[in-house]
Design a protein around this ligand. Sequence first.
Ligand code: COA
Length: 387
Amino acid sequence: MREVAVIGAGITKFGERWDTSFRDLCTEAGIAAIGDSNVTGEEIDELFVGSMSAGRFIGQEHVGALVSDYVGLGGELHVPATRVEAACASGGLAFRQAVASVASGMSDIVIAAGVEKMTDVGDATDVLAGAADREWESFAGATFPGLYAMIACDYMHKYGLTREQLAKVSVKNHHNGSMNRYAQFQNEITVSTVMNSSLVASPLRLFDCSPVSDGAAAVVVCPLEIAKKYTDTPIKVIASAQAGDTIALHDRPDFSTLGATVAAGNKAFAQAHLERKDIDFVEVHDCFTIAELCAIEDLGFVKKGEAGKFTEEGDTYIGGKLPVNTSGGLKACGHPVGATGIKQIWEVVQQLRGEAGKRQVEGAEIGMTQNVGGTGATVVSHILRRD
Ligand code: COA
């Protein structure tokens, strides 16, 4: 297998983007990534687009072809384009497909994009519920806030996590988002903002939830051996792992451990030949505050049951023992579901290039991502290193 590097990254502002469309969001991110990578359209061999539910959010299928056409790769260049779907892990999986395509020798220059336009429909909650087991969870009334609330209840019961500790995840992520000009929410909040926000699914409140968002992100990958032709700062992909689990939460032996995160994390560390202590920062899938705590435990950074205390002590802040979600995470940066996994890679690239501005992790050399589909039926994890 060939070694693979990221040579370009682009993103749009995340948020309620009434001013633009699905195709324009993806075009904006794609063109930004291509410009950043210094490749020409003629050099691009393949395109992967992560989108969870364009069919229900905007009534558009055949998304790979649409994006390829609008980004200028379809018509004359006839670049092959493939849509990738794994619910909220669609973006992470699109990146993994791009990496696999280059590593195998099938293609040289590949774009991985992620996009979602969620705010044009009134029933986003029901669309998202399609990422769970429709027959056994969603038809019974379970929504995503409801499912993650069950995880939170189980976790609090087992490990004595307090409501305040949970709120601190959101406070930290809003702090990081305040330094990210692409974030949906760029305002600082306090624990009392979270505690006094409306109850969504007990114990989760409005400020424990990622929002409904529009946005897109794209990255360009190529073989490491030719990366220096395009950029002085190639970012090497040193692990690309994926793992699965039961689609329904109720079929798992332990609600508050995401088995697929444990498996994907272990595979990623084995591929990269690294230990947990070698990771400088991590972007994890905090679709709800409880998910960030489970993620840093299940990836092996913190002992099970101790992530609340770790967060409360400020260890997940930039400058702390393990900076988590420097982009603002899904909570503050926003969660256009298909785009999130690529946004995580975009953030790791900014950090490893030393271009993250006020939210820069000093001396960052190795970053990790964890992108979750559903309540953990798909988990994709990557480790990247400054070359
Ligand atoms: N955090 C902070 N503020 C939020 C917010 C969030 N998650 N979601 C909405 N808001 C704000 C809006 O900006 C708006 O503020 P304004 O009145 O100052 O303009 C206000 O709350 C009402 O917004 P609205 O869109 O009506 O909220 P809502 O009640 O319809 O939706 C949630 C709130 C939490 C139900 C919705 O964001 C949600 O379902 N989130 C989870 C998404 C999800 O499940 N993703 C997949 C995860 S795997």
